[in-house]
Design a binder for this molecule. Structure first.
Ligand code: ZN
Length: 277
């Protein structure tokens, strides 16, 4: 299955983490100059900044603020840790409201040595505790299932099915799923789960990058689209056939690309977007 070809950058969104060496001012200027339609801001880029002003500056450059990354990391072995996670996620909701971001991506968390089932329970509790504030500010929350290789310390939610199960249990219009091809491309249930997610109106975000063979670093060796083995056009075709009309968000953590000239990287991203997505 082939999706409609991408011919412009109006639906291209870039995560500030993708061009990690650039500060927020540089990123917004470069993205805008490149004619890119959207930006997802990582919270590190907001530390110590006037968040409302950054939101205004992004909108003045016609960059749509697609989401804020990231909240989550709910599980903890201690009560104090659980409370701190709630507090941090509430802070993220306030930051999203100040920035004018409609959505927060949740990397839900896990702790080595604690059962994944326990962690999933703490994740559900945590999301339920922050939903009232999300409601107050009308901020959507998107659970991003992470590849099982991260089940030790980054997320106990590792498949679309597991994310859908949590969404079903909580059953709230503001809670949905961020599909990142890096995490779910291998899943034999992917097609079915995209259909289930879309039918429940909870496919909130679509992240793209590629899987390198071999992968040199489990966290920071993601590939540019077309460098690896993920059939991105096929997955984009699936999400679009199921009604997804949001941005294609480029989220690449890569020591290799971060050590390159970021201007060249941005132009390579644009080429890869047109030719391999
Ligand atoms: Zn992602």
């Amino acid at each position: 299955m082939n999706p409609a070809p991408l011919t412009d950058f109006s639906k291209l969104c870039i995560h500030t983490m993708t061009t990690k060496p650039w500060d927020i001012e540089t990123a917004m200027d470069k993205y805008a100059e490149a004619g890119i339609g959207g930006i997802t801001v990582w919270r590190q880029w907001l530390e110590g900044q006037n968040i409302e002003k950054i939101g205004d500056d992004l909108r003045a450059r016609n960059l749509e603020i697609v989401s804020l990354c990231r909240g989550g990391f709910f599980p903890s072995a201690t009560k104090a840790g659980l409370d701190a996670a709630i507090e941090d996620n509430q802070k993220a909701i306030l930051e999203a409201a100040e920035l004018g971001a409609p959505l927060i991506v949740l990397v839900c968390g896990a702790i080595p040595g604690q059962s994944l089932e326990n962690s999933r329970g703490q994740i559900i509790d945590g999301i339920c505790k922050i939903l009232p504030l999300a409601e107050e500010h009308n901020i959507k929350l998107a659970i991003e299932p992470l590849h099982p290789v991260y089940a030790d310390d980054r997320s106990a939610i590792n498949t679309m099915a597991s994310a859908n199960e949590v969404c079903d249990k909580i059953d709230h219009d503001l809670l949905g799923i961020a599909l990142d091809v890096y995490h779910v491309w291998w899943d034999p249930e992917l097609k079915k789960q995209i259909e289930i997610t879309a039918r429940a109106n909870r496919l909130f975000a679509f992240h793209i990058c590629d899987w390198m063979t071999p992968t040199a670093d489990l966290l920071n060796d993601r590939g540019l689209m077309g460098e690896g083995c993920i059939n991105i056009p096929e997955i984009r075709a699936l999400v679009e056939a199921n009604g997804f009309q949001g941005f294609n968000e480029v989220e690449i953590f890569s020591n290799r690309w971060w050590s390159e000239d970021q201007g060249k990287f941005l132009s390579d991203i644009k080429n890869a977007y047109l030719n391999h997505c």
